[in-house]
Design a protein around this ligand. Structure first.
Ligand code: ACM
Ligand code: ZN
Length: 758
């Protein structure tokens, strides 16, 4: 029977009613309290739901209206009311109360209401093709930290005003309220300064950019990078951010990272130049000359003009990575040192203290504008920096620990947790080139801003955490989003959520609805969070490996055992799998639309020594011990990445392993692998000797394999070595693999894996 269009429409309309998808207030960042009351009916939210606000909350109202305009009509009469007046110690607190006919979002202030609106928006289900059922109940929420920052470098690569606004939208989605805007550096000056027009005429342009990683080559491309923000554009961006309750903190990085300024005004340097806007990332020695009055005047004038533009109570004055070479040689700098009566101490050279003079000068200019400075943790290298100076700890958490011990307020941006220019996967072959490091989402999530050992008084000085994105290796805005998302989500939870409520697994389960927001907004984001962690647990009794995996909610794990790439037709993982013979396991998660995540592959080899009892005559090298001795006979074969956890490293000592088989076996070959990585000092073996024992006690030499010298042309990678001999029945073997000793290399690590015998 053919359905008429009218009947079909009725059926569809009915199903819309029934199928309204449910919201969930457990969003990212997780609110402090969510209480759902299932005894009451939910509120039905659609594009026709009326939003009522006071005049002062017009923008919050418009914001919510634009979010719900994406929903179909609900055909219901409920209203959403936004208001302030919530009593709370925390000005950013809000409460959402949902009843069948009304949603009330009440903030302690307009920002509180704004975060309530964000929570409503993020509570929507992934599929918003139906009106949304908002469960009755209450959300009571407030942020843990008042300072919730994100930094962006628009110098190394330039991002225009529209892109910066989109970045601000991304911050708003994550309840981030401070935007640290890195506007000047060696590679460009990106803010109009009326008193010094050449800063942008000359300093905002460079002819090209280093190709590849810094240090690996010196070739510069010929793609010009230029651009700056006029003061009008900046005012517009400040207003855009303010509507989203985001304060912009500008950074003028000084006295170092000033090559663009020096190229514009060479008289501000110690040597007088000439100088160039840099096309590469480091290696310069030229910085501002604090010995010259003109330079100090420049600092005062630039900071004053910037502070008049930005309403923030803070100005970031950089202070990082200042080489002192020029100051040591410069008569003006040395005269300034004498004039100030600076005397070198064991802790701080005269030139280090000269930087302290610059810091104090900048802080005094800021104070005249009613503001305080923020500086990178290098500012602590001088004793007498002003007490109101805020320390931004970037070289780990040391700056925060030392800064708070000296009674300074601090912001936590440790590079090893919160540098989003670092790699987010250890599979570097498949990642775009990054500066280095390794900061996956889970690492960001694990950061605790109150460092161990801080007293309560010190903790009170921690303003909050911030992530930094330097853009040396981030040429496009889409790439920028890839580096930020979803690490920004993990950051948001570090900034907002009470530590006792944080749980990484739970966070991952809440991510699909946030990622749906990324999709709706057209944001690019990294997919590593979808990847599957495949684990292998040995079951020695059955001589098998049990494969288990955690699968991202909403995705399906599929695998093959023949080395082929998994497809949507491959075997579905639905619980632990026992593997007891040679195979190559390749597994990948598939999103609901069939998109495949990263494929992980492991080679399993089960032979006589596998799961045997193993002892080592020499301890492995502790940083690379990984699974220890058992890792050599766990059935899992190491690949080209010696950090995969499969390998065992030895520093100087041989790998001298004695293995008692689980059952006696006739063997005529012993095999093992080595891993060569020249830059890490991971090199080849020199000699391998195999001994056999029929009784497990008395051993005799069966065969030797010589490798005369380290071949200088040997490329990085994993190598299989096989040692053959006449068949013999054995209960145990001893394999002694001696490292080679090339001259001129101070550290040699011998990586060995999977000892096999057949
Ligand atoms: C920095 O990363 N140089 C502050
Ligand atoms: Zn000088």
């Amino acid at each position: 029977m053919k359905l008429s269009a009218a009947i079909l429409a009725v059926i569809l309309a009915a199903s819309v009613d029934v199928q309204a998808a449910k919201a969930d207030y457990n969003v990212v960042p997780l609110p402090q309290s969510v209480a759902v009351d299932n005894s009451q009916k939910p509120f039905l939210l659609g594009s026709d739901t009326r939003v009522i606000t006071t005049k002062a909350l017009d923008r919050e109202g418009d914001f919510l209206r634009s979010c719900i305009s994406r929903l179909p009509k609900a055909g219901a009469k409920g209203t959403v009311e936004l208001k302030t007046g919530l009593k709370s110690d925390n000005p950013e607190a809000y409460r959402i109360t949902v009843t069948p006919k009304r949603i009330i979002v009440e903030g302690a202030s307009a920002p509180g209401v704004f975060y309530g609106v964000q929570t409503l928006r993020k509570s929507f289900p992934v599929d918003i093709s139906q009106p949304v059922e908002m469960p009755a109940g209450e959300v009571a929420d407030a942020p843990r930290f008042a300072y919730r920052g994100a930094h962006l470098d628009v110098v190394r690569h330039f991002f225009n005003a529209d892109e910066v606004k989109t970045f601000i939208d991304m911050l708003a989605l994550h309840n981030i309220n401070k935007f640290h805007w890195h506007l000047t550096d060696d590679q460009g000056w990106r803010i109009e300064i009326k008193k010094y027009p050449r800063l942008t005429e000359v300093g905002s342009k460079r002819p090209g950019t280093l190709i590849g990683r810094y240090g690996a080559g010196t070739e510069i491309d010929s793609i010009p990078v230029e651009g700056f923000f006029t003061q009008d554009q900046i005012r517009d961006i400040i207003a855009y951010a303010a509507e989203r309750h985001i304060e912009i903190i500008p950074e003028i990085d000084l006295p170092s990272h000033m090559m663009a300024a020096l190229a514009s005004y060479p008289e501000l340097g110690c040597t007088g130049g000439p100088y160039e806007v840099l096309c590469t990332w480091a290696g310069y020695k030229d910085v501002l000359c604090p010995g010259k009055d003109k330079t100090m005047e420049f600092i005062g004038n630039v900071l004053s003009e910037v502070m008049e533009l930005f309403p923030s109570k803070f100005i970031h004055i950089g202070g990082d990575e200042c080489p002192k070479d020029r100051w040591k040689e410069c008569p003006d700098c040395q005269a300034r040192i004498a004039e100030l009566g600076i005397v070198a101490t064991d802790e701080a050279s005269a030139e280090t203290q000269l930087q302290g003079y610059v810091t104090r000068y900048a802080a005094e200019v800021a104070r005249r504008h009613g503001k305080s400075i923020i500086g990178w943790d290098e500012i602590l290298e001088c004793d007498d920096i002003p007490q109101d100076a805020v320390v931004m700890s970037w070289r780990g958490i040391d700056g925060a620990v030392k800064g708070t011990a000296r009674n300074h307020r601090v912001i936590q941006t440790p590079n090893d947790y919160l540098y989003f220019d670092y790699y987010q996967s250890d599979n570097m072959d498949t990642e775009p080139l990054a500066i280095g490091g390794y900061v996956p989402v889970e690492r960001v999530y694990s950061f605790e801003p109150f460092s161990d050992g801080m007293t309560d008084a010190q903790k009170a000085l921690v303003m909050g955490p911030q992530a930094n994105l330097w853009t040396e290796y981030v040429p496009t805005f889409s790439h920028l989003q890839y580096m930020e998302l979803p690490r920004m989500a993990a950051l948001a939870e570090v900034q907002w959520t009470a530590p006792e409520k944080k749980n990484y697994h739970d966070f991952k389960c809440r991510m699909p609805r946030l990622i749906a927001n990324y999709e709706r907004e057209g944001y690019n984001y990294a997919r590593h969070i979808f990847d599957t962690d495949v684990d292998f647990i040995p079951d020695r009794a059955s001589r098998s490996l049990v494969m288990s995996a955690s699968v991202y909610p909403g995705s399906a794990l599929r695998y093959t055992l023949d080395g082929s790439q998994p497809t949507t037709a491959s075997t579905l993982y639905d619980g632990p799998v026992s593997l007891s013979s040679d195979c190559i396991v390749s597994a990948a998660a598939f999103a609901p639309d069939g998109t495949r995540g990263t494929v992980t592959s492991d080679t399993l080899r089960v032979s006589a020594p596998t799961f045997g009892d193993i002892t080592l005559a020499y301890e492995p090298y502790s940083p690379f011990a990984f699974g220890g001795a058992d890792g050599l006979v766990d059935g899992l074969v190491g690949n080209d990445n010696f950090r995969s956890g499969r390998w065992v490293g030895f520093l100087g000592d041989p790998c001298d392993a004695t293995i008692t088989f689980r059952e006696p076996a006739t063997v005529s070959q012993v095999a093992f692998k080595t891993c060569i990585v020249w830059p890490e000092g991971a090199l080849e073996f020199r000699k391998a000797e195999v001994y056999g024992s029929a009784d497990g006690k008395n051993f005799r030499l069966l065969a030797t394999l010589d490798n005369p010298e380290q071949d200088p042309a040997q490329t990085n990678g994993a190598y299989l070595h096989e040692i053959n001999f006449d068949p013999v029945s054995l209960k145990a073997i001893r394999l002694v693999v001696t490292p080679c000793e090339p001259s001129g290399i101070w550290k040699r690590i011998l990586f060995v894996d999977e000892i096999q015998a057949r």
